[in-house]
Design a protein around this ligand. Structure first.
Ligand code: ADP
Ligand code: MG
Length: 332
């Protein structure tokens, strides 16, 4: 049973960024306005997500990391109108199976916090009082420690995994309004560097300026496409002629209803139309697709990065038309 659980867990938590992503989404679901991500040795030793959200109430301590425990879904019809990030109750249980997990948490009803330790099967093994503000800290030590092959792979690719994680954190920092993000990495003998730091402003524009800087913001122009009620696109794209000669995979961020997702077809289309208008350049793109929740399914893969639009064709079509209008020569 342990082995099967570990294998399944390895599908929810594929790498460093999917692990941190689950924790950050839990913090967002908990209503946090401040989320701090701390890494030790790029995440290879441990990583930690500290939030000021609602905290976890004591009657959930025992079941917290058991498979399929979730506090977010009361009955099945909820699935249709789902707005929280989580609901499968798989993240904490998977992290337990793959690493050493501890949680420190306090709700507004408690005067002290509690430090919780879990074993690999998700059972609560120790509980002690500690001092903490309202909110939750989840610490994950030695990810993949009990999957030897994956663990080796993880160490070998740690810089790449770290890069992917930073780009994911950028995505949340860009789109989450009013949430302050800080990410630090500690290497060697306590050399701590701040990798990301935002104020949690309330506009995408200000978030772009804090994440990428004024120089990059000045090369962008707002895009707003509204072809029908079923699809609106809002965001920023490089101004014509201000793109880059190489494909900036790390400078293209797509969101569906404020949720960071991979949209390879959209990326391809945007690159194609931009290049068409500006010779051989690739744009920076930060684009949020606003669609009715019923028109898309973000739960296709366990990590919810893949999105399935029920009417993908018409969304791509709307985007194509919208961008062609923006880039048509008579418009310039
Ligand atoms: P899910 O997010 O799908 O519900 P998780 O395994 O990610 O499942 O988390 C299990 C439960 O633990 C959540 O439903 C929530 O009640 C609680 N939880 C996890 N992280 C936090 C957090 N940062 N703040 C408050 N509650 C949390
Ligand atoms: Mg979750």
């Amino acid at each position: 049973k342990g082995v099967v659980h570990r294998i399944c867990a390895g599908q929810v938590i594929k790498d460093l960024s999917s692990a941190v992503k689950e924790l950050v989404e839990n913090s967002l679901d908990a209503g946090a306005t401040s989320i701090e991500i701390a890494l030790k040795e790029y995440g290879e030793e441990w990583f930690q997500v500290v939030d000021n959200g609602c905290g976890i109430s004591p009657n959930n301590f025992k079941v917290l990391a058991l498979k399929h425990h979730t506090s977010k879904l009361s009955d099945f019809p909820d699935l249709q109108s789902l707005t929280t990030f989580g609901f499968r109750g798989e993240a904490l249980s998977s992290l337990c199976a793959l690493a050493n997990l501890t949680v420190e948490t306090r709700t507004k009803n408690e005067s002290v916090a509690t430090h919780l330790t879990f074993d690999h099967s998700g059972l609560l093994t120790a509980e002690k009082k500690t001092a903490r503000q309202v909110g939750t800290t989840v610490t994950v030590k030695k990810l993949f420690c009990n999957l030897p092959v994956r663990s080796k792979e993880f160490s070998r690719n740690i810089r790449k995994e770290y890069g992917k994680l930073i780009s994911l954190l950028n995505a949340y920092a860009l789109i989450a309004k009013g949430v302050r993000f800080v990410c630090t990495n500690t290497t060697g003998k306590n050399v701590k560097s701040v990798v990301l730091k935002t104020q949690g402003s309330s506009s995408l524009k200000d978030n772009i300026i804090t994440v990428f800087g004024m120089n990059i913001y000045n090369c962008l122009e707002p895009v707003a496409i509204c072809k029908s009620d079923s699809c609106k696109v809002e965001g920023f794209l490089s101004k014509p002629g201000q793109g880059s000669g190489r494909n900036l995979g790390d400078r293209q961020y797509f969101f569906v209803n404020d949720r960071p997702v991979d949209l390879p077809k959209v990326s391809k289309l945007v690159n194609e139309l931009y290049k068409g208008a500006n010779s051989r350049q690739y744009p920076i793109a930060i684009m949020n697709f606003i669609v009715p929740t019923r028109a898309c399914d973000v739960n296709v893969t366990p990590d919810k990065r893949k999105v399935f639009f029920s009417d993908e064709c018409s969304i791509l079509h709307a985007l194509r038309e919208g961008l062609q209008e923006i880039y048509s020569p008579n418009n310039a």
